[in-house]
Design a protein around this ligand. Structure first.
Ligand code: NAP
Ligand code: GLV
Length: 308
């Protein structure tokens, strides 16, 4: 059984080592040394691969080296080839750290204090108790639900917005487009953890941002294309938003002249909120190889009708 690694070259040595420890029976190959392409059954990739099926006619599963699969054109993948997401628990833990950090920063008015600091102004603001701060997460999936769990001990008023109903202990789950505005109107801090699909592209735009309470905070850790960047800048400049913590952007890397870099109410990080942890990812792949041999459905397969 042959698996070809075509993702981030900097991590290849770690993947090779973990495969050799956890699944020595798998023939691990590192792109561009693919050997005989007819032997390749599994591929790990982050970028789309042109002419995938022509080049690897015996492919059985394409593993996205991450949680998102929006970069792949699923319509080009034959039905018998599974698209699998390499999600595992550490990725959700790491994402939850970033979400907690960002929510706390916004909750404790960090952008106002940074501005005061630059001006050498000693300006204490009223402290809002967490019990009076409403934090909402768009996308109550693998990552969103763990982030909600980690925010709960702080005592925030929590809610989620999701396609289907999910239990939000001590909070409310808003469902579907018809409840989107109701959800937004009660989010003092909004966290985006949606997958990027045709339905969610550009979902954070003037119409939706204007539904947020005045001075709300935004955390975008999903995809840059969820946000209409011009609308976000206007919302920040007009005071609708008090701050935005942004980890993902329409164009990555963010261009050096982008206004986000120097905006006093934006914190930019370079798409580092979370990533695949190799040990857990290899465990998913080996579990799937075993499941395939036993005729069981694979774990973490993308539902093509939904696009995530
Ligand atoms: P997931 O498990 O598939 O969860 C996605 C959630 O979004 C699901 O609960 C789904 O609802 C909901 N959803 C999808 N489309 C919707 C719509 N149109 N309206 C309302 N809700 C909708 O995904 P995940 O593993 O949590 O990952 C989420 C995203 O995080 C990824 O797609 C990726 O873009 C991003 N990400 C970013 C980083 C980073 O470093 N910045 C790292 C990892 C992942 P249902 O439950 O009803 O299906
Ligand atoms: C990172 O953005 C991922 O989708 O895993």
């Amino acid at each position: 059984m042959c698996i070809l690694y075509m993702a981030e070259p900097g991590s290849a040595a770690e993947w090779r080592q973990v495969f050799s420890q956890q699944a020595p029976e798998l023939d691990f190959r590192l792109w561009p040394d693919a050997g005989n392409p007819d032997e390749v059954q599994y591929i790990i990739a982050w970028e789309p691969i042109p002419d995938l099926m022509q080049r690897f006619p015996n492919l059985k599963a394409l593993y996205s080296a991450g949680a998102g699969v929006d970069q792949f054109d699923l319509s080009q993948l034959p039905e018998h080839v599974s698209m699998v997401r390499l999600i595992e628990t550490s990725m959700a833990d790491i994402m939850a750290e970033y979400v907690v950090f960002s929510v706390l920063a916004l909750h404790r008015d960090i952008f106002d204090y940074q501005i005061s600091q630059r001006e050498r102004c000693w300006t204490p603001l009223p402290i809002v108790p967490a019990s009076e701060r409403r934090v909402g997460i768009m996308g109550a999936g693998n990552l969103g639900l763990v982030a909600l769990d980690r925010l709960r001990p702080f005592g925030f008023q929590l809610s989620a917005w999701n396609r289907s109903y999910k239990e939000v202990p001590d909070g409310r789950c808003y469902v579907g487009r018809e409840e989107l505005y109701d959800f937004l109107e009660q989010c003092d801090i909004l966290v985006n953890l949606l997958p990027l699909t045709p339905e969610t592209q550009g979902i954070l735009n003037a119409a939706t941002l204007n539904r947020l309470p005045q001075g709300a905070g935004l955390v975008n850790v999903a995809r840059g294309a969820h946000v209409a960047e011009e609308d976000l800048l206007q919302a920040l400049d007009g005071g609708r938003l008090g701050g935005a913590v942004l980890d993902v952007f329409d164009q990555e890397p963010l261009s050096p002249d982008h206004p986000f870099w120097c905006h006093p109410r934006v914190l930019v990080t370079p798409h580092i909120a979370s990533n695949v942890q190799v040990k857990g990812a290899v465990a998913v792949i080996t579990a799937n190889v075993e499941r395939e041999q036993r005729g069981l459905p694979l774990l973490n397969v993308v539902d093509r009708s939904k696009g995530y």
